[in-house]
Every structure is written in C-alpha cells, then in structure tokens.
Design a protein around this ligand. Structure first.
Ligand code: FAD
Length: 382
C-alpha cells in the first residue's frame, strides 16, 4: 500500500489550502461567533468542486476519489472544522443518492447538490434512538400509491437550511432493522416542518435541528433504495462518513499543532521560550506523533475504499483514534497557551470545542470500539 499522492491530488490539496487560508480561516472566528450558516462559502466551495469531490463528472462531480475528499476535508478543517463538517455532510448525502438512487433521483439531486443549488440533510436519529439506530419510531405506511410518514427526527445537521431530507422510517415493524426504509422528502411537502434548533458547544455555523413529520405523504417513487434497505443505506453511508470525521479530526490536530508550536516558540517565561521546557516539548512530541498516526489510519481507510475493498474496521479505527487524539491534543493546545488559550482571542479554544463533536457523531467512539472488536473477532475467531 502506497500513499504517494498523484499530481492531481497534490494540485487539489494546494487549491483547497489556498481557499481555506484565504477565505475560510479569515471567517472562522466570525462564523463561530455568529453561529450563522456560511452560505457564501458553501457556494464558493461548490464552484471549486469541493462538495462533490468524489462524484463522477457526468453527475456534476469532480470525478476524484475518496482520498481526494479526505485531503480536502483535512485542509478545510485546519481552517474551520465546522465548515469542513458542512462540506462532508453534503458528501454523505451524495453517497446515499449515488449508491441507492434511481437514475431519475440521481439526475435530479446529485448535480444540484454539487452546484449548491440544493442542500440536503440525513435524518436518522431521534430523541429516543441514537446509537441504536434500528430502534427508530418514525413510521412510513403505504396508502395507495403513497407513503404516509409520521414521527420526529433530532440532531439533523443542516436540517433548517436543507431543501430536502433523506429520512429513515419503519415500513414493516415485524422485520426489525430490515423493516426500515429511506425516503426523500422535499421542503414544502405538507406536514413536513423544521422544529427546534439546538444550541451547541461547538461547530457553530453548522445548524442542527429537529425535523417534524406529521401525515407527510410522498409518492412511492420517493423511496431511496428498496423497501427494507434503510439500515443498510444508513450504515454504509456512516462507514464512509467516519473516514471524513477522521479527516476532520486530523485537520483540527494540524491546526492545534501549528498554533501550539508558534505560541511555544514566542511565549517567554522564566527568561526563556516555553518551547525549551521539557513538559511543553512532551505535549508537542505526542501531538505530532498522534497526528501522523491518525493521518496514516485515515489515508488507509480512504485507500481501501478507493480500491473497492471492505473498510468498515479501518474506518472505525481511523475515526476512533483520530478523534480521541484530536480531543486530547486540542485540550493540550489550550494548556500550552495557558490563560490565553482559554480566551477567544486565540483559536485553540474553538478547536477544543469543535473536537468534542467528532467523538460523538457518525457513531460514538464507544460504538466504533464495538464495530472494531466485532470485525476483529470475525477475522480471528477460529
Ligand atoms: C452536532 C450533531 C450533529 C448530528 N447530526 C446528525 C445528522 O445529521 N443526522 C442524524 O441522523 N443524526 C445526527 N446526529 C446524531 C448522532 O449521530 C447521535 O448523537 C449519536 O449517534 C449518538 O446517539 P445519542 O446522542 O442518542 O447517544 P446515545 O446513543 O444515547 O449514547 C449515550 C452514551 O451511551 C453510549 N452507548 C450507547 N450504546 C452503547 C453500547 N452499546 N455500548 C457502550 N456504550 C454505549 C454512547 O457511546 C454514549 O456515550 C448528530 C449529533 C450531533 C450532536
């Protein structure tokens, strides 16, 4: 396995770095402060081909691979993890549509998502159903040629700015997780509305809210995939999403390391640079080592995905390791900055707040450990 980047990937990485440095980084603190969805940046990203990096060109994508999407996510997360999360959420929706959509659904939604003419969301979680995704209570009952959807979804990223959502609902309660199906529901469909917006610790500017479904009627043709495929769609897209969350954590760690080194080299105490102190050096050494390890795990998962190989275990390993490391080292970055690190004049407190989410969403890190162990037991049990 080699991780030599292609010329095309290097060019894309540089292009995203420039965009992140010149546009996103300068706005990151403001987005954090105002908590407003950065629509202008989102549209610029679409123009640069950053939303549909790994979608085929015939659907308006950039025709690149998952490794390229990872490289893009890392660069954006270095500037703003919240903005990186917005872009990678869109790739999550694209994944579902591309892999399970009918030709008509693909033609309708994928090019429009790539161009930011439409925004999507992914509605699986509910107030009573998080890690145990198959325990959802939202239902979709067939009535003639239509399904009638009833229930409430919670924590839906970009739910209030989205033009449509991919919602998961029980179509056959007798079949357990195999009785769940996915549907596309467009904004404006009677009975479909946006509920409460959550006030979050970090990743501001990336809204999360409730979606309410009350007698929402959609034609049968709005089903995504086949009846009963809902959990398969959700879990497969979460596998891919985990690689992007790992990339997000890597970008956060890069930013934390750069800011920590810069601060430690300039801050003086006891008549010398604090980077001379071995306890500061220890934190920086561990940060740099974990950053490399997390990067390699993330690249490996993306590489396997691009090779068409199974990557469930590797995606969970990357997500778990990278996000635990990001939490630890963004905390240490605050420590290295002392009292200044606790204030909003420096970026490290934002990294620290933004890192926490990476341990929770796309499957908590406890769930990643369950997935890894399950895969390891499958592989090694005699
Ligand atoms: C900012 C944000 C954005 C989100 N975006 C979306 C979105 O766009 N779409 C969507 O559908 N969902 C979204 N989610 C929901 C997210 O996927 C869930 O929060 C996550 O899956 C965890 O579910 P929960 O919050 O209900 O926690 P729970 O599942 O209740 O877990 C609580 C605690 O118990 C632990 N736990 C649970 N089960 C086990 C077990 N078997 N073994 C050991 N420990 C366990 C968990 O790890 C956690 O520590 C988002 C969440 C947040 C916070």
């Amino acid at each position: 396995m080699g991780f030599q980047l292609t010329e095309e990937q290097k060019l894309m990485q540089q292009m995203v770095r420039n965009f992140a440095e010149e546009v996103i980084k300068k706005r990151a603190a403001e987005i954090d402060e105002t908590d407003e969805f950065p629509m202008d940046i989102y549209k610029q990203a679409a123009e640069l081909g950053l939303l549909a990096v790994n979608m085929p060109e015939e659907f308006g994508g950039s025709g690149m691979d998952s490794m390229s999407a990872v490289l893009a996510s890392i660069e954006v997360a270095r500037a703003s993890a919240s903005v990186a999360n917005i872009f990678s959420s869109t790739r999550h929706h694209l994944f579902c549509l591309y892999n399970y959509g009918t030709e008509e659904q693909k033609r309708k939604y994928i090019p429009a998502l790539a161009k930011a003419e439409l925004i999507g969301s992914f509605a699986l979680s509910e107030a009573g159903s998080g890690s145990d995704a198959s325990s959802i209570s939202t239902t979709a009952k067939l009535d003639g040629d239509e399904y009638v959807i009833d229930g409430n979804k919670m924590w839906i990223t970009m739910g209030n700015v989205a033009d449509f959502t991919i919602v998961f609902a029980v179509t056959d309660p007798t079949k357990g997780s195999k009785g769940i199906s996915a549907f596309i529901v467009e904004k404006g469909t009677p009975g479909f509305s946006v509920g409460k917006r959550e006030r979050k610790l970090g990743q501001k500017g990336n809204p999360v809210c409730e979606l309410l479904f009350e007698n929402v009627r959609v034609p049968k043709s709005n089903m995504l995939g086949e009846e009963g495929q809902g959990i398969k769609i959700a879990l497969q897209s979460l596998d891919s999403g985990r690689i992007e969350v790992a990339a997000l954590a890597v970008g956060l760690m890069q930013a934390a390391l750069e800011d920590s080194v810069n601060y430690a080299e300039n801050r003086k105490q006891f008549g010398q640079k604090i980077s001379n102190f071995q306890m500061i050096q220890s934190m920086i050494a561990e940060m740099a080592t974990d950053l490399d390890a997390a990067t390699l795990l993330t690249y490996r998962a993306a590489y396997l995905k691009d090779q068409g190989k199974k990557f469930t275990r590797e995606a969970s390993m990357a997500k778990w390791f990278a996000t635990e490391a990001a939490m630890k080292h963004t905390t240490n970055a605050v420590q290295i900055h002392g009292g200044y690190g606790y204030c909003m004049d420096y970026n490290v407190e934002r990294y620290f707040r933004d890192a926490k989410l990476t341990q929770i969403f796309e499957g908590t890190n406890q769930i990643q450990q369950i997935v890894i162990c399950r895969e390891v037991l499958k592989q090694w049990a005699k």
